[in-house]
Structure formats: C-alpha cells, structure tokens
Design a protein around this ligand. Structure first.
Ligand code: DTR
Ligand code: CA
Ligand code: ZN
Ligand code: ZN
Length: 315
C-alpha cells in the first residue's frame, strides 16, 4: 500500500494515518522514484534514558558537563561506549580551548558513498552553571538514538552516514570550527548535508526549522506537516550554533530548534500550545536545565524528525 509523502511522514512520526492512492494518483505513484523504507519511530523512553545518564554524569561531576571539566569527558565516554558497541567507527578529535582539553566525538557508519556524506550533529557540552539537559543533552540524545537506530536496522543507505558531537560550543562553536577547519581539501564538498540539533526539547516549545538550505528545510517541513504540526522558520540562531562553520564552508545545512530565552507569543501559543509570554526555555543556561526541563512531546517529535531526515537525505 503506497503512502503519500505526508502520510509516510506521519507513519515515521508514529501516527498510523494511511491514505490509499486511487485513480490518477496510482499513475503518479507508479512514476514516483522508489521511496526509502520509512525511518523508525525512535522510542522516547530510549532518548530520555540518555538524558538520565547525562543528568547523573553532571550530578556526579560538580553539577555540569562543561568544556574542560570531568563531566564533559564522562559524557563523551558514555556516548563513545554506546557507539563502539553498535558497530560505529569512532574518532575522538582532541583540541585545546581556554587552556583546557576538549573533544569532538565523530562516529562513522561503515559503508555508503564517502563522496556523499550526510552528517547529523549536536554539541555535547553544557554551560558551567548547570547540567545542560535541554541545551544540549536533547540534541545529543536524539542524534545518538538515531545512530543506534541505524545500527539496529543495519541500514545501508546510498550515502555515507557520519554523526558528530561537538565540544566547547558554549565557548563559541570551538569544536565544530576546529573540525571544519581541519577537513582535508575536497572533504568539505563531500559533505552533502550537515544537520544540527541544538535545544530540541524546550519545556515551552516552539517548532522551528532552519531555513538555510531549501531541500533540507523541505524535508523537515514534510515530516512536521505529516504530523499536522505547524512550524516557523528559525530566525534567532543564524551563526549561533554548530551549523555555522559548515555553512561558512559552503556545506548545505539545516536543523531544528524549540527555543531558548525568547518569550513565546500569543499567536505561537495559539498554534503550539504552551504559555504565551513565557520563555521557550526559562532554564536556558541555568542550573535548572535538568531532566525536569524537557517537554516530552517536543523531544519525541524532534527525535523522530532527526531519524526521518537522516533516512530521507541518505537514501
Ligand atoms: N547557541 C545555542 C542556543 C541557541 C540560541 N539561539 C539558537 C538558534 C538556533 C540554535 C541554537 C540556538 C546555545 O546556547 O548552545
Ligand atoms: Ca518516537
Ligand atoms: Zn547554550
Ligand atoms: Zn546549545
């Protein structure tokens, strides 16, 4: 049974909406390119289990997971162990910032055309004032669970998949800049897409899609329209997260965001729910950015959107 794109997106998002293609549509379907297997619906419980681990790591290490502190390296170790066990080829890229050692974690999924690399990434560091569960445990957990879903499915896409967790983003995109600046000549043009996920579980969430690359933006908007969730263009963040160094290097970029310290408007509350006049995340860069600072629906929808885009863009 052929699903329309929006129904398939809904299915990928876990809502069983099936539309039969009848009459002329069948002709369209017959001429349509083969569609990839729908991306899996990532279990919210699995994504949240990573957040619980990151919270425990922060609690055991002075309350944060900041660059250069024990909590950051423990976060790296947690993710690397999961990825190694799942069959990824992992690389720890070490750098120094503000006199302290930092790390990027890069995980390559063996196979695929290394001339067309689809990357999904997020920064793993928190600020020093808190555990950084929404900023940015949320993005890091969603990217990790997407990578683990690739392994579970033994997914074999046409393109090569690479996942990345950046260090020292909070110091000024230090880790991602370090990575992009050290790409070998020609490797920049081999990255066909970089997808960035920084704060995707905000407690008073908005649904923002980066508008840097039209094809990537369309992919995310297809997914959310399949769920019946309206989106807005992300305007707060140009240059404010790890997609910026990739964009400056000419790589097509996109991503998702649920909002930080800006207040949700009445119009936004009318379409998304939540509280007008209140910040999307009133614990932004604060000690209260804990596992209690997450909206489950937003985290679930955005985690599934990460998987949907990775599958769609790497087919
Ligand atoms: N710079 C991010 C948070 C942030 C603020 N605005 C945006 C827009 C798009 C992505 C991220 C952000 C941080 O504090 O880590
Ligand atoms: Ca899900
Ligand atoms: Zn931050
Ligand atoms: Zn962030």
């Amino acid at each position: 049974m052929k699903l329309s794109v929006s129904a398939r997106a809904a299915a990928a998002g876990g809502i069983a909406t099936v539309m039969l293609l009848t009459g002329g549509a069948v002709a369209d379907a017959a001429s349509a390119p083969p569609r990839p297997a729908a991306a899996p619906d990532l279990p919210l419980a699995s994504v949240k289990a990573h957040l619980t681990q990151l919270q425990s790591i922060a609690t055991a290490n002075g309350g944060n997971r900041a660059h250069g502190r024990a909590g950051y390296k423990a976060s790296i170790d947690y993710l690397k162990a999961k990825l190694d066990a799942a069959g990824f080829t992992t690389t720890l890229q070490q750098f120094t910032a503000s006199g302290r050692t930092g790390y990027n974690l890069i995980a390559d999924w063996p196979g695929g055309d290394t001339g067309q690399v689809v990357m999904a990434g997020s920064h793993l560091d928190s600020v020093s004032s808190g555990p950084g569960i929404n900023d940015n445990g949320s993005g890091s957990a969603a990217v990790l669970e997407t990578a683990l879903a690739v392994s579970r499915a033994q997914y074999k896409p046409t393109k090569h998949l690479r996942f990345a967790w950046w260090g020292a983003e909070e110091l000024g995109l230090v880790g991602s800049r370090y990575y992009v600046n050290r790409l070998a000549t020609g490797d920049r043009s081999r990255i066909s897409a970089y997808l960035n996920f920084d704060m995707i579980g905000s407690p008073n969430p908005g649904y923002f899609v980066y508008d840097d690359d039209p094809a990537i933006e369309k992919t995310f908007k297809e997914y959310f329209s399949g769920l019946g969730v309206p989106t807005e263009i992300e305007t707060e963040g140009d240059g404010r997260s790890d997609h910026a160094p990739f964009k400056s290097a000419g790589v097509p970029v996109g991503g998702l965001f649920t909002g930080a310290s800006r207040a949700k408007t009445a119009a936004q509350a009318a379409k998304w729910g939540g509280t007008a006049g209140r910040a999307f995340d009133r614990c932004y860069h604060s000690s209260c950015d804990t596992t209690a600072n997450i909206n489950d629906t937003a985290l679930d929808r955005n985690s599934d959107a990460v998987a949907y885009a990775v599958w769609e863009l790497s087919e």
